[in-house]
Design a protein around this ligand. Structure first.
Ligand code: ZN
Length: 317
């Protein structure tokens, strides 16, 4: 985690937000989005997914996005990979982190990546071996992300022990860190707190990221619950872009702008200057005219006299 911050937020809108859209988000606009957020102090951005173009048309410019992000000083650059082929394309770019996704729900995993959970984890082992095969690739961290860890639209409830078992497998296979994702927005605060407490106990010292969607309006409440359990890493997307092709009615990720407001108002430094961050919404608006954009702070503004926890000049309002 970057020095001087209490919580690491990661922008996932460029990946989670864009992946399901049928219109191509222009490469230049992606670059601008990355630049503005990096300049606003965003510590980490997941810039793309190394999926085949048959799955999504959105990331034909994956290499270019990664290269542009790597040129931003101090930015931790991540990319999602669905399989070994993705890792083969991603590792030569020098990306700082690869996020590999397996759904804890067998049914969701079969639909999402057309593999059983066991097949996905075996493939993760190959990804780790590939990463370790060249000294220059060893610098790239790999995160084992557990999708539908808090509920699944196909299966319903997901057992905590299945999440913990998958986390253990990931770590044995070479994961540097883990992510727990409420992919379909089923989670509620009590469940989240219990899950993150159990995960912290089971995986001491392992960085753990929370990935929430705001599908049922509990996204930020779930953030507070995860904070109480000691979690200090959160994914979110600017203006709440995002969804899941297998989660009917799914709205996007939790809203990055509102997340920053929440954390800073709780006295937790994110290092992100909200007013500068909000400027990036214009890029989304200009390029996605028909997509709904979310965000209470963008709509209502900051409270008068609001003092962010992050020191100046980073958080200069
Ligand atoms: Zn997501």
């Amino acid at each position: 985690m970057r020095e001087g911050i209490d919580v690491q937020v990661c922008e996932v809108g460029l990946r989670d937000g864009l992946q399901g859209l049928h219109t191509f988000f222009p490469t230049e606009a992606k670059k601008q989005w990355i630049e503005i957020e990096a300049a606003a102090g965003m510590p980490a951005i997941e810039v793309c997914s190394f999926v085949p173009t048959s799955v999504s048309i959105q990331f034909t410019d994956a290499q270019e996005s990664v290269a542009h992000a790597l040129a931003q000083p101090g930015l931790h650059v991540m990319a999602l990979i669905p399989n070994l082929k993705g890792a083969e394309r991603a590792l030569p770019t020098g990306v700082h982190q690869l996020n590999y996704v397996t759904s804890v729900s067998e049914e969701h995993n079969l639909r999402n990546v057309r593999r059983t959970v066991e097949e996905s984890l075996t493939e993760f082992g190959r990804v780790a071996a590939l990463r370790n095969s060249k000294p220059e690739w060893k610098k790239t961290r790999i995160c084992g992300a557990m999708a539908t860890a808090l509920g699944c639209t196909i299966k319903g409830q997901v057992e905590t022990k299945d999440v913990l078992r998958m986390g253990e497998r990931y770590l044995k296979l070479g994961a540097d860190e883990l992510a727990i994702a409420d992919t379909v927005g089923y989670a509620s605060p009590r469940q989240v707190k219990a899950m993150f407490q159990e995960a912290a106990r089971a995986f001491p010292g392992v960085p753990l990221t929370a990935h929430f969607h705001d599908t049922r309006g509990l996204g930020l409440a779930n953030v507070v619950a995860a904070l109480e359990a000691g979690c200090r890493r959160f994914d979110a997307s600017l203006a709440g872009l995002g969804g899941c092709p297998f989660a009917p009615g799914a709205t996007g990720n939790i809203v990055m702008d509102d997340l920053i407001f929440l954390l800073e108002s709780m006295g937790l430094k994110t290092g992100v200057a909200l007013s500068k961050l909000l400027e990036a919404r214009a890029i989304i608006r200009a390029n996605l005219k028909d997509e709904p954009l979310y965000g209470a702070i963008a709509k209502a503004g900051l409270p008068k006299g609001f003092r962010p926890a992050s020191p100046l000049p980073l958080a200069a309002e």
